[in-house]
Design a protein around this ligand. Structure first.
Ligand SMILES: [Zn+2]
Length: 383
């Protein structure tokens, strides 16, 4: 397929517009799809016919009780295939497989990824076989791979990281490149899980604050994570909160990271004590809630998001305590909203892994031009 063919790109774009509308709304009639997409009724009929042929969408029955011709609802077929999500952290690869509605089909044990290429291929191959067997004949529509760091980092002075990343990608490409393969960082992936299945569902412009051993974030605009000029956008942890604050590993003083990250909190716990509601020092909670509040006001003023979701690998009880302690963050462009200024994620500590499996679904349904230039998830019929 020629990526540069404008008719092909236009057709693929129109298909993703339709799939995007179906993903957002659940089910729609052809007439509603034409109205929402701006495409002609005939164009919609052709696209739906093509999508039904590929198994990606299905008709779910006629609506009753309406005047005139009853309309037939169309929806994305959850069992059209499965999405594989992989999250590589601390030398292990965690995996999940979901259908297109986000239902979990398989969640095998994490496997050590090993240091050399052969070991990595063995571990990933074993995961792939286990997932394929659990998916019971469904085909893989795509794979999302998530890592806990920026994917192209300005923190690398030598440029060595780019080479390391190419090496990192090789075993995944060897095994999973027959269907689209999307690499993303953990905060962006977790944000996309919120967008497809969580608090930000239906809200394409939002921010995600990822609280874990470090503090990261995602800026989502039009349903697409913003990567920035060199892939580092969303480093909310290095917002300067207090110029007199402690020195941060980035070289500045008083970053949000120093007040909020779990690695700092763990150092304050009594020796051997676990992170638990009764072990968190009140002084840490006060400082963290205050720093979070200042960060939120700035983020709201800069981005005016529809929502801000707080999630990450921190336990849910800690996220809720922080938000309770913070109270009202003070005036900003969003402070007249009736809704909560910040919402705690309901996806739990595996949010990045859940997001990994959401990435291929979004690649399938996103009209984002960067996604469109890649190979299609399901080969389309020739013109
Ligand atoms: Zn910093």
């Amino acid at each position: 397929m020629a990526n540069g063919n404008s008719a092909t790109l236009t057709r693929r774009y129109n298909r993703t517009v339709v799939l995007d509308a179906l993903r957002r709304h659940g089910s729609l009639s052809r007439i509603e799809l034409a109205r929402l997409s701006g495409l002609t009724p005939q164009g919609i009929r052709n696209i739906i016919e093509d999508l039904i042929d590929t198994g990606l969408v299905r008709e779910t029955g006629r609506r009753r009780g309406q005047r005139g011709q009853p309309q037939i609802d169309i929806e994305i077929s959850p069992g059209a295939g499965y999405c594989l999500g992989l999250h590589v952290a601390a030398g292990a690869c965690h995996a999940i497989a979901t259908d297109l509605a986000g239902n979990v089909l398989a969640r095998p044990e994490a496997r050590a990824l090993g240091g050399d290429h052969g070991q990595q291929l063995d571990a990933l191959g074993a995961i792939a076989r286990e997932v394929a067997s659990a998916a019971d004949g469904l085909s893989r529509l795509g794979t999302g791979v998530v890592v806990s760091r920026p994917l192209a980092s300005r923190w690398s002075a030598t440029g060595g990281l780019a080479a390391a990343q190419a090496d990192f990608a090789k075993p995944f490409e060897a095994l999973f490149a027959s269907t689209p393969l999307v690499f993303e960082n953990d905060a962006n992936a977790a944000a996309m899980a919120e967008y497809t299945h969580g608090r930000a569902k239906g809200r394409g412009d939002f921010l995600y604050l990822f609280l874990g051993e470090g503090v990261g974030g995602a800026i989502v605009q039009g349903g697409v994570p913003v990567h920035g000029g060199r892939g580092n956008a969303g480093e909310f942890g290095h917002m300067l909160i207090d110029p007199k604050g402690p020195k941060c590993h980035c070289g500045n003083r008083g970053c949000l990271h120093g007040s909020l990250a779990l690695d700092g909190l763990r150092r304050l716990l009594p020796a051997g004590a676990p992170l638990a509601p009764e072990t968190v020092p009140q002084s840490w909670l006060d400082g963290a809630a205050s720093a979070l509040s200042r960060a939120l006001v700035s983020l709201e003023n800069i981005f005016d998001p529809q929502a801000i979701v707080l999630g990450g690998t921190a336990p849910a009880w800690l996220l809720h305590r922080l938000v309770e302690k913070m109270g009202d963050p003070g005036p900003s462009v969003r402070s007249d909203m009736a809704e909560a200024r910040v919402e705690v994620s309901g996806l739990g500590q595996s949010c990045a892994l859940i997001g990994a499996a959401a990435l291929p679904l979004l690649a399938l349904t996103s009209p984002d031009p960067a996604t469109l230039m890649k190979e299609p998830l399901v080969e389309q019929a020739a013109d």
